[in-house]
Design a protein around this ligand. Structure first.
Ligand SMILES: Nc1ncnc2c1ncn2[C@@H]1O[C@H](COP(=O)(O)OP(=O)(O)O)[C@@H](O)[C@H]1O
Ligand SMILES: [Mg+2]
Length: 251
């Protein structure tokens, strides 16, 4: 389970990047965070990963407070960002094995490795290929395989499908559905409204550090998510003024 309780981040320069976020992602659920660039999505995910410290509130992974017990919390979470860091001179298999070793999982056997790579939709011929020759889609597929090694119950994905071609994106979506069936709690930021609507059990729209609306899958069936999104992105002048005052208020 992934849970934010009044999670707040004000960066050192005073920017209120995340404002009292409340959010819960339970087992077998995909939660999509939408929002313009700068809305606070990465900040939220980085707080769950313990990359940065909250100014207030709590980020919990499987009930463990990330800030007070980071090592324990890390055991329960897999992570993939938009640009996964891989070793270009190593093959897909070798990368997987390397990350398995550093993630306390220990070396991955041939079979486990092949199974993981197949599961994420990497073609067989790519298993032994140096990663520097990989397309963006292949890199992200390997990235999700790496995030899956630990078999952690929670997954944090920061724009994992940005820049993927339609086939790679469809494969990626299939992998996420698999993971949901396995009971993972998945929090994913994305700009892809179409995919969010297809995948998400819950969608949260963020604006200037705040979650301005949240909709369940059932509610989304009756709503036009794109229209809703654009509605919330509209520059309502009174709202803008209020936000500015709010942002400038001392912490
Ligand atoms: N390290 C940082 N220091 C100061 N401000 C930051 C830092 N990282 C992000 N911000 C600011 O925090 C806000 C939210 O950014 P971010 O979480 O990256 O949004 P998103 O991922 O939704 O695009 C933005 O105003 C951004 O400029
Ligand atoms: Mg971001």
């Amino acid at each position: 389970m992934i849970e934010a309780i009044d999670l707040t981040k004000r960066y050192e320069d005073g920017v209120l990047a995340l404002d009292r976020l409340q959010l819960t992602v339970t087992e077998g659920e995909i939660y999509c965070l939408l929002g313009a660039n700068g809305a606070g999505k990465t900040t939220a995910i980085d707080l769950f990963l313990g990359f940065i410290e909250p100014s207030a509130g709590q980020a919990l992974i499987n009930g463990v407070d990330v800030h007070s017990d980071p090592l324990n919390a890390k055991r329960y979470v897999g992570y993939l960002s938009e640009n996964v860091k891989l070793y270009g001179n190593l093959t897909a298999r070798q990368n997987l094995d390397f990350f398995a070793r550093v993630s306390q999982h220990g070396p991955v056997g041939q079979q486990e490795c092949a199974q993981l790579l197949r599961q994420v939709g990497l073609p067989q011929r790519a298993f032994k290929q140096q990663v520097k020759k990989f397309s963006k889609g292949m890199r992200q597929k390997l990235g999700i395989a790496i995030a899956m090694i630990k078999d952690a119950p929670s997954l944090l994905l920061d724009e994992p499908m940005s820049g993927l071609d339609p086939k790679a994106a469809a494969d990626f979506v299939a992998t996420l559905k698999d993971l949901r069936r396995q009971g993972k709690a998945i929090l994913m930021s994305t700009h892809d409204i179409f995919r969010a609507k297809e995948l998400a059990d819950r969608v949260g729209i963020m604006k200037e550090g705040r979650k301005v609306v949240e909709k369940s899958r059932t509610e989304l069936k009756r709503e036009d998510l794109e229209r809703l999104y654009l509605e919330y992105m509209k520059g309502d002048e009174e709202q803008e003024a209020a936000n500015t005052v709010h942002k400038l208020r001392p912490a």
